[in-house]
Design a protein around this ligand. Structure first.
Ligand code: PBG
Length: 322
């Protein structure tokens, strides 16, 4: 056997050639930082299972946003923890709801920071499910009504983009219609299209105080074993008017991201969720991994899989390296 003519190692010889042929580049534009806001003043409650993340009151949230914005973060995803909860999640639709207040306060100081609102009921219902319960399960169509109200209320507060994460059938079309009726025809919708019933959300449910009080989310979120079904979810959301489609979680679902990329000409987001983040932090705390390199590798591979946008709690740690 002759020695090789083709040598892939040739282009790996120098930093310059490696840079020349690099296929995927993570940029600041790709990253979205999730933040949690709660009522009160001067409050910064650490989220134990998510080191470096906090439940912040509006005043400190604004400070945090300034810090992030100055580092180069252009976009945040807001989650609210309300003072009171109710059976249907209607507190999320109030003019003075926690995310509405936070949005107005941030926009006053940082009009150019792009604010995306997670639209869901689970943080706002007493039972922690993503909608109205009828006969022991989340009722699809009555939940659409609260989701529509929540979306319009957030739009009125000045949010830049709506991100429904509830997984009810038909919610993108329903919300689109409600927004349009209220003259928010230009409000983009990022749909959590293929959202799996995942154990990787564990730390988030502490952060957002949104764990279901009975049962689980398997009747509305997807079975981790399915990927054809993810394409159907995505197709449906596109048909209903989604502007961006999302796959969530990210790391165990890179194949799904790739299938969505290959099948649809749509901007794709991936959510690098709480459990994925916390596993890295925990191993790093033990000194078992190089946190910085692992984080950049993870985010780059999510982008390589086909995602245009990445929602990640690592954003604040990596942004100044990009
Ligand atoms: C709300 C929502 C969840 C997450 C984002 N939006 C939790 C859930 O569905 O239980 C999870 C985010 C994360 O784990 O980082 N429905």
């Amino acid at each position: 056997m002759a020695f090789p003519i083709t040598r892939l190692r040739r282009m790996r010889q120098s930093e310059v050639t490696r840079n020349m042929i690099r296929e995927t580049r993570l940029t600041r534009d790709d990253l979205i930082m999730p933040l949690f806001v709660r009522p009160g003043k001067g409050i910064q409650n650490p989220i134990n299972s998510m080191p470096g993340n906090y439940q912040l009151s509006v005043d400190l949230l604004v400070e945090k946003c300034k810090e992030l914005y100055n580092k180069g973060v252009q976009s945040i995803l807001l989650f609210g923890i309300p003072e009171h909860k109710d059976e249907h999640g209607l507190v999320a639709c109030e003019h003075n709801g926690i995310v509405q207040q936070a949005t107005r306060a941030i926009k006053k100081e940082l009009p150019d920071l792009y604010i995306i609102a997670d639209v869901c009921n689970c943080e706002y219902t007493t039972h922690g499910h993503c909608g109205t319960i009828i006969n022991g399960d989340v009722d699809n169509d009555s939940t659409l009504i609260t989701l529509g109200k929540q979306s319009v209320s957030l739009a009125e507060a000045g949010i830049d983009m709506i991100a429904p994460s509830d997984m009810m059938d038909g919610r993108i079309g329903f919300i689109r219609n409600e927004l349009d009726k209220a003259n928010f025809t230009n409000m983009p919708i990022m749909a959590y299209s293929a959202k799996y019933a995942s154990a990787f959300y564990g730390p988030f449910r502490d952060a957002a105080e949104s764990a279901p009080q009975f049962g689980n989310r398997a009747t509305y979120q997807m079975d981790p074993a399915n990927s054809n079904e993810a394409l159907r979810e995505v197709e449906q959301d596109i048909f209903e008017g989604a502007d961006i489609v999302m796959v969530k979680p990210a790391l165990s679902y890179l194949d799904v991201i790739r299938r969505v990329k290959d099948n649809f000409n749509m901007p794709i987001a991936a959510y690098n969720v709480s459990g994925e983040f916390s596993m890295v932090k925990a191993a790093a705390e033990k000194g078992w991994i190089d946190e910085n390199r692992i984080t950049l590798e993870i985010l780059t591979s999510i982008k390589r899989a086909g995602s245009d946008l990445i929602i990640s709690y690592h954003t604040q740690d990596v942004i100044d390296q990009l």
